[in-house]
Write a protein that binds this ligand. Structure first.
Ligand SMILES: NC(=O)C1=CN([C@@H]2O[C@H](COP(=O)(O)OP(=O)(O)OC[C@H]3O[C@@H](n4cnc5c(N)ncnc54)[C@H](OP(=O)(O)O)[C@@H]3O)[C@@H](O)[C@H]2O)C=CC1
Ligand SMILES: O=C(CO)COP(=O)(O)O
Length: 320
């Protein structure tokens, strides 16, 4: 199958490498001026991997889109709306399958990425998400993992899983798009919280963060019409090791450096997702104490140690 990957950062480049390894013809696209693409064109390498010669590297969005049956997008979540607008100007997008390999929510509206995408491209394309745990550094060292594909159309979900399943990634069929998208985006917020705990020498609280973080997000998913159990699956709890504990996690690292007064400088999607959660908490009348605490620390200048300690001082309540 011809597959194009749009976005050539850490994850998009890995996805191109992986999909080629799974037996497909792959084009990897980067925008004009992309340093990431230039480095790959010059050396076929980045900080994480080496791309085989058969993967085509391209600056032409039109060629990348028209030549492929399946188009995978992996760019920063806050750029998706404007990028989807750009895609909607192209011919021949009808009937194509798009897969979003991204973990975020629109910061201002709280909308899920498939909602943002469909609003800009209409209903004539299929859209799915590919989420779950995995770091490039582990996959290129042949360490396998499990991930999940989810869409509103089970036939599309099955087609993608069958095309991309391999001994490196075992895919599951997701049946709850709301839960999988909210789960994938919000695990980054818990990752930031975990990094803050690490930075404050409170790492032993991460078990409690796992228990109460999943509970908080499952309440939100249920209020939004999803299945609260999804939060205990691959998109969220299944991604906690890779985000709350892994030294590779950008979100965990961001949180750690934030409380240490340092600038991380790379994409940590959870920062924008914290804003989206503020909006969703109000829209759906769901209390999100951990996410609120991270919002206050990041955007209201509240003291991180005191704000996280205050979570412990909340009134006693039933666990479930
Ligand atoms: N296990 C998983 O499922 C993982 C998922 N991810 C997700 O993947 C997504 C990307 O993360 P990551 O690869 O780390 O981020 P990077 O910052 O490494 O890469 C982002 C890419 O997006 C491109 N980009 C940004 N804005 C635009 C735009 N307006 N138009 C076109 N291209 C654009 C950048 O272009 P340029 O090259 O010009 O800078 C860059 O290539 C995130 O949502 C992240 O959560 C990440 C890791 C693992
Ligand atoms: O989603 C990821 C791991 O599954 C990557 O997480 P980070 O963006 O925090 O590195």
């Amino acid at each position: 199958m011809n597959v194009s990957v749009l976005g050539c950062g850490r994850w998009g480049t890995f996805i191109a490498w992986y999909v080629n390894k799974a037996g497909h013809d792959v084009t990897l696209w980067g925008r004009q001026g992309s340093k990431n693409l230039q480095v790959l064109m010059d050396s076929r390498k980045n900080d994480y991997l080496t791309l085989p010669d058969e993967i085509e590297l391209s600056h032409s969005l039109e060629n990348a889109v028209t030549s492929a049956e399946v188009i995978i997008i992996s760019i920063s979540a806050q750029q998706l709306r404007s990028f989807a607008k750009q895609l909607s100007q192209l011919n021949e997008i009808e009937g194509k399958t798009f897969i979003l390999c991204m973990k975020g929510l629109e910061a201002d509206s709280g909308k899920r990425l498939t909602q943002v995408f469909s609003e800009e491209l209409g209903k004539s394309t299929n859209v799915a998400v590919w989420v779950g745990p995995g770091h490039v550094q582990d996959f290129v060292n042949h360490i396998p993992n499990c991930m999940v594909i989810s869409s509103e159309n089970i036939e599309i979900t099955k087609k993608i899983v069958q095309a991309f399943n391999s001994d490196l990634i075992r895919f599951y069929y997701g049946q709850d798009l709301i839960g999988n998208e909210i789960g994938a985006a919000t695990k980054n917020v818990m990752g930031i919280a975990a990094g803050m705990l690490d930075g404050l020498n409170y790492s032993s609280l991460k078990g409690s963060l796992m228990a109460r973080g999943t509970r908080e997000i499952s309440r939100l998913v249920r209020a939004m019409g999803g299945n609260d159990l999804t939060i205990y699956g691959l998109s969220h709890l299944g991604d906690y090791e890779a985000t709350l504990f892994s030294l590779h996690s950008h979100n965990r690292k961001f949180g750690q450096m934030f409380v240490q007064g340092e600038d991380f400088g790379k994409l940590a999607e959870g920062v924008s997702t914290v804003k989206a959660l503020k909006e969703l908490s109000a829209q759906y009348h769901v209390e999100l104490p951990i996410s609120d605490a991270i919002y206050e620390i990041l955007f209201e200048n509240k003291d991180a140690k005191k704000t996280l300690e205050d979570l412990i001082l909340r009134p006693v309540k039933f666990e479930f």
